[in-house]
Design a protein around this ligand. Sequence first.
Ligand code: BEZ
Ligand code: FE
Length: 309
Amino acid sequence: MAVTRKEEETNGASSVKPKYDPDFTDKVIAATGPNAHPRLKQIMPSLLRHLHDFAREVDLTCAEWMAAVDLINEAGRMSDDKRNETGLVCDILGLESLVDEITSKLLLNAKGGSIATPSAILGPFYREGAPLLPNESNILLAAPDSEWYKQAEPLRAHISGRVVSVSTGKPVANAMVDLWLAGPNGLYEQQDPTAPEMNLRGRFLTDDDGRYALYALRPTAYPVPLDGPAGQMLQLLDRQAYRPAHIHFVVTAEGYGAVTTQVFDDKDVHLEDDSVFAVKDELIVQFKPREGDPKAHWTLTYDFALCEV
Ligand code: BEZ
Ligand code: FE
């Protein structure tokens, strides 16, 4: 039941008639049967209380509720294996970043507090099955005479580092480093009809020193897609849509917990107002000029620490 101002002032002692049926939420919660799914049985009372309290608190009307249902339906209709609009709506509301924080803290507590590389959200543009390549390969697949490549050329970067064990500091050999990033036009390859399939995606196995290395690009900031409900919502909330320039990583190794994360270019102007709230200080990195390498103008070194499971 929503607490009215009068009740707050009288320290909860109910002196006014509640605005809405005070028994309604309890009735809905009590409808759950004895054979309900155990996790749902545990969490649904809380969800229902928050949901109903929200509706009562803001005096939600039928028209407003229907607008929200339409938005969710439209997000579902727009979603397919190349686009997850419903995920995007959650992202701009901070839900994926919050759930990511909760999940990593639960893991941290279960592991007795060992500090792995901080996580960041997977986002909607991950694709399974990126090419598995030898270290030092180039994941920039665009043809060198294309417009796309001309835009990308000044951003060519060498990216390398080591995967180590949190508890021993020793290298983790055979770890899989799976990474992806947007092109210089701010689009991922599946959004960009001018980019080759699997452009700027690759998987690399660490060597005996735990080292991975590849050629890619210094990343470019991009706005989240604006042509659907998430974009509409950003506009209605008078919010900026950009994500700071970043590279996504999923690092896995046998016997270790996986790390899903992103690293962010320290020169980006949107580090403070990421539209999906994913930036963490430990994930901000510096690209440095690369000398004497005709294949790259920039260099980034970033190490990953994994926890044993
Ligand atoms: C991304 O980083 O790819 C991303 C994350 C959340 C929403 C949109 C894009
Ligand atoms: Fe991204």
